[in-house]
Structure formats: structure tokens, C-alpha cells
Design a protein around this ligand. Structure first.
Ligand code: FES
Length: 580
């Protein structure tokens, strides 16, 4: 039972729309009546906004219309008034050039929906990659009582009796197809079996990473991030979320009451113990800056040096999210990790993290390992710096062939993605297994939107020789389901004249992950000379959202939020509208 002082009905935010006696409130009530509700349905009750990112073109959220009804059932049961509000979906497989271009737009939409309508509290429905950080960023800035409802992973993929993992097995079998090791018919069978239910990617990609981080932050009900989307317990979770958010509206339990510097450390440590997606670095920085507790690349690297990988999940390990759930799920992993967590942190459950995981158990130790038997001892992510990335770059060492983690090779440079596509498989390309493939102009402004191009393809002639990994460097991101010795998020990006723009074919590049170094082996004088002759690329946008994006997006090391959206709960984070 919460010890928080409960709000009175006239203290609810929605009271200003519904409860006062004036002309405008007549309009609000009469238009609510137009929707078939009577005063008994809503008078004196908290209005619960259900921000639903369902779309016909988002397969990861295919079950969200039903889940929204289940949330509403819980809201009604607990004495609230549910109002579903659709928001843009950010469908990872379909939206071009990348959903990342629109993450901040969904964050803005979320914040402004909550601000402009009579919401007392909200349930955020997301899961497909960028939807989770976007919804969190908007809701944290608005700071109403909030629960995030995760979409849940889809079922394991199936191909000839083998389990397939989202993304990871796509990249793997695509390389085998290009190498001539599987047939077009095999490839079609994989196409039909790799995604066979609603839900987000079921590897430890960006979706699973970010929903798990959200639960570790304390913003989802405990144990819910791991439930497969098509499991009946996922429906139960939805109605429980509906019931709990009504209580939170009365308790006025807001993100600013839950989020702390320590809760962000808990979330980032969880990401590292899961060997989570490199994308989470950008997203967690952005989310943390909205809450006023900014994570930095250096701090993330310091955490990475001490947090071991406990989850044996693809792409770093062997199993899939369905296995993880049956093994005990995130609660069991957090229990294993608890010596490295701050268990006093509060959550939307109204309890501390420690109370919530006290009885969690591991049922399959091969899937969720212990601190004394980790999958990898440390460094599930590493932050690199050097003259090629003065503001930092990211690599996922467990996803790379280990002999490449300390490597010097000659650069083979592509000036943009079209150049890469046109030349990578050219038999005349001067490249061998020791070369370092470099892609320029794929960052937040250069691509634009920092797409997931960073798992640069291995040249076909090397694939045929059996090469499956090489050092690859770009200012792009890569899918959380990807693998390889891919150095990502190089900052500042090449489009703004970062050193990556100055690399030329044949330059020696030195990668040293244990020493956290990334350098191009040219003199400072040569670097300066090249910088003086560098020409800024043409502008990408003359109008529309793209123009606003270009004017305001921050670099990767700062989370790629818009400069004018960052908030701090130590300050005023937003203003409520006048109700006229
Ligand atoms: Fe939606 Fe991977 S495509 S989570």
C-alpha cells in the first residue's frame, strides 16, 4: 500500500477540462457525451491516456489493438477513464531512410499529446526499436505518471527444425547466399519462418535491450519486458498495467519521483549484462538527458569495464528471448546482477527494485549465467577515442572475431552508401582480409538519420574465401541484431568535417579495443592540411521536418536529441496549456 498522499478529484489535471463550471467545460462534457459516455463514466476519475503506436505497417505492434483494449479493461476496473491516443509507429523494417530520423518526432508527439489533452497519467505502448526511447523521452519531459507497456518479443523463428533469430540469422544466411552456400529456395524458406508471430525482434537487439532497460529504470511493471507478445501472460500484463496506472494517477507518482542517477546506472548495467544493442548507447544518453541525469560515453565505458555479460542471448550468445523468459526473464537476470545494482531505487510498482526481485529465480542457468560464471567477463560495449573519433565511437567486442580487436590495416574508403553499394563487390576492388572498410557520410546529418548501415558488407570475393569478419568503421549505427568488428557512431561525424571525412584509401588505421584507441596513422600536419581542403557537402533539406531535424539534431555522443528538447526535472520541464 502506497504511503504517498493521494490526490483529490479536483486536483486532477483533467478537472480543468471536465470539472469546472464554464462554457469550455460544457463543450468537453457534451463532446464526451457525443462519444457515448455519461458523466458516471468519467466524472471525478483520472483520465488515462493510452499512447498506442499500433499501425497496419508495424508487424512488431500487430497485437496492440487488442492490448489497448486490455489496458482499458484494467483502467475501468480501477476506476479510471481510458482514452486511447494513436501516435506515429516507427516501423523498423519499413520506414526509410531510418526510423531514427523520426525518433525525436515521436518524442515530440508524445509530449504534446499529453500536454494538450486532459491526461492525468499515461500508458506508453511501444517496443519496436525507436518507439521505446521516443515514448520515454516525450513522457519524461511531460512528467505525468507513466507506465511503459512493452510489446514483448515475437516467437523464435523456425527453419528446418532450427531456431532462427531476428536480424542475426538474416545477416548470417545473406552472407551464405552471397557466398553460394545456400540456394534461393533455402532463402525463401527462411523468409517465411524467421518472423512468425506479432512482437518485436526476439534476439537481444535494440527492442529487447531498450524494453529491458526501461524495466530496470523502474518504468515498466516488474517482469514484464521479457513476456513473449503472443503469451496469454502478455494480455494479463496489459490489464494489470491499466489497473496500476490509475493508482499512480492518484498517488501522483511521476517519472521525476522514480528516475535518478542510480536508476540510469542500473539500466545501463542491465544493458551491459545483456550484451545489449550498441544503439542503446545513443538512446540511453538521450533519455537520461531528458531526465536531467546525463549519461556520458566515458561513464558508460567505466560501467562496461566492470559489468559481466550474464545473458547468453544472440547475437553475442546462443539463445533467444523466448528462452530467456522461460529461464526466469529479466527479474532473474537482475537478481544475478544485484551486487552491481542499487536495489533501493523506486519503480512504478510502488516498491524498490530490491523488493521486486527478491524472490526471482533462474530456471535455466545455461541461458542466464551467474556473476562467477559469466558469458563474457566485461566489455560488452567499449567506447573508443583517438584522432579518428575525438568525441568517441562505439564497438561491441563480444560480437567481433577476437583477433580483430587489436588490428592495424589499410583503409578502403567509401564516400557514402551509394558508393559502397556500387563498388563493394567489384572484383577489382583493392581489398583483402586485413583491410579496414570505411564508410563516410552515414551519421545523424550525413545520411541523414544515422541509419543502421554500420555492419558494412564483406566484399563478395572475400566471402568466397571464407572471410566472415573484418574491421569496419562508420558514423552510422548498426542493428542491435548485427555482429562483427564494426566501429560505429564515430563522432563528430564526417558530414560536419569530423576526421572520418579526411581518411583516404591506403591510410593505416589502428584499432585497439583493450586500450580503447581508434587512430588514423597520419601526422597532425597532414590532418590539418586535409581539413583545409575539405569541402562541406550540400545541404540535405530545404523545407519540412528534415530542415528542422538538420538544424537541431545533436551528435551521437550527445544522444541525437534535438537541442531544444532537452529537459531537466530540476528545472521547469514544460508548461500546461491554458484551457480556453
Ligand atoms: Fe521491430 Fe526489430 S523490426 S523490433
Amino acid at each position: 500500500m502506497s504511503t504517498r498522499k493521494l490526490k483529490k478529484p479536483e486536483e486532477l489535471r483533467s478537472h480543468r477540462w471536465y470539472g469546472v463550471k464554464d462554457l469550455r467545460s460544457f463543450g468537453h462534457r457534451s463532446r464526451t457525451a457525443q462519444m457515448g459516455y455519461t458523466r458516471q463514466d468519467y466524472a471525478g476519475k483520472p483520465v488515462i491516456a493510452i499512447i498506442n503506436t499500433w499501425s497496419d505497417i508495424n508487424p512488431c505492434h500487430g497485437h496492440f489493438r487488442q492490448r489497448a483494449e486490455e489496458v482499458k479493461r484494467g483502467v475501468w476496473q480501477a476506476g479510471g477513464f481510458p482514452v486511447e491516443m494513436p501516435a506515429m509507429s516507427l516501423s523498423e523494417p519499413f520506414q526509410k531512410p531510418t526510423t531514427m530520423l523520426y525518433r525525436n518526432l515521436l518524442a515530440m508527439e508524445t509530449e504534446e499529446l499529453l500536454r494538450s489533452y486532459p491526461a492525468d497519467a499515461c500508458v506508453l505502448m511501444g517496443g519496436c526499436d525507436k518507439t521505446t526511447p521516443a515514448l520515454l523521452m516525450g513522457a519524461i519531459s511531460m512528467n505525468l505518471p507513466t507506465i511503459f507497456l512493452p510489446a514483448g518479443p515475437m516467437l523464435r523463428g523456425d527453419y528446418q527444425g532450427n531456431y532462427l533469430g531476428s536480424g542475426s540469422d538474416t545477416w548470417k544466411y545473406w552472407a551464405e547466399l552471397r557466398a553460394g552456400n545456400i540456394t534461393e529456395s533455402d532463402w525463401r524458406n527462411i523468409e517465411n519462418g524467421i518472423a512468425r508471430s506479432p512482437g518485436h525482434c526476439m534476439t537481444m537487439g535494440t527492442a529487447s535491450t531498450m524494453t529491458s532497460a526501461t524495466e530496470a529504470l523502474g518504468l515498466s511493471l516488474s517482469g514484464f519486458a521479457s513476456i513473449p507478445a503472443s503469451d496469454s501472460r502478455h494480455s494479463q500484463m496489459a490489464s494489470m498495467t491499466g489497473r496500476r496506472i490509475v493508482e499512480m494517477a492518484w498517488e501522483d507518482l511521476k517519472p521525476s519521483d522514480i528516475l535518478t542517477r542510480a536508476s540510469f546506472d542500473n539500466a545501463m548495467s542491465t544493458v551491459l549484462a545483456l550484451a545489449g544493442s550498441t544503439n542503446s548507447v545513443v538512446h540511453m544518453i538521450a533519455v537520461s538527458r531528458r531526465a536531467g541525469f546525463p549519461l556520458t560515453l566515458d561513464h558508460i565505458d567505466a560501467l562496461a569495464r566492470k559489468v559481466p555479460v550474464l545473458a547468453n542471448l544472440r547475437p553475442a550468445g546462443e539463445y533467444l528471448m523466448e528462452d530467456f523468459y522461460y529461464a526466469g526473464g529479466l527479474r532473474a537476470l537482475l537478481k544475478q546482477l544485484s551486487p552491481l545494482l542499487d536495489l533501493t531505487q523506486q519503480t512504478v510498482d510502488g516498491k524498490s527494485l530490491g523488493e521486486l526481485i527478491s524472490e526471482a529465480k533462474v530456471f535455466k542457468p545455461e541461458v542466464i549465467r551467474s556473476l562467477d560464471n559469466p558469458l563474457v567477463a566485461s566489455d560488452s560495449l567499449a567506447i573508443l577515442k583517438g584522432n579518428l573519433a575525438p568525441d568517441g565511437a562505439v564497438i561491441k567486442p563480444p560480437a567481433a572475431e577476437s583477433h580483430l580487436l587489436k588490428h592495424t590495416g589499410k583503409a578502403v574508403v567509401f564516400k557514402n552508401y551509394d558508393d559502397l553499394s556500387a563498388r563493394i563487390d567489384d572484383p577489382q576492388l583493392d581489398v583483402d582480409k586485413d583491410s579496414v572498410i570505411v564508410l563516410q557520410n552515414a551519421g545523424p546529418l550525413g545520411a541523414p538519420g544515422m541509419p543502421e548501415w554500420g555492419q558494412l558488407p564483406i566484399p563478395q570475393k572475400l566471402l568466397k574465401q571464407g572471410v566472415r569478419d573484418m574491421v569496419r568503421i562508420s558514423d552510422a549505427r548498426m542493428s542491435g541484431t548485427s555482429y562483427g568488428a564494426c566501429v560505429l557512431h564515430v563522432a563528430p561525424e564526417s558530414y560536419v568535417g569530423g576526421p572520418l571525412a579526411l581518411v583516404r584509401d591506403g591510410d593505416l588505421i589502428e584499432l585497439d579495443v583493450p586500450a580503447r584507441k581508434l587512430n588514423v596513422l597520419i601526422s597532425d600536419a597532414e590532418m590539418t592540411k586535409r581539413k583545409q581542403t575539405w569541402q562541406a557537402p550540400l545541404k540535405k533539406f530545404d523545407r519540412g521536418f528534415g530542415k528542422m531535424y538538420s538544424a537541431h539534431v545533436l551528435q551521437a555522443d550527445q544522444g541525437c536529441d534535438f537541442d531544444f528538447l532537452e529537459t531537466s526535472h530540476q528545472e521547469q520541464s514544460g508548461t500546461d496549456p491554458e484551457i480556453h
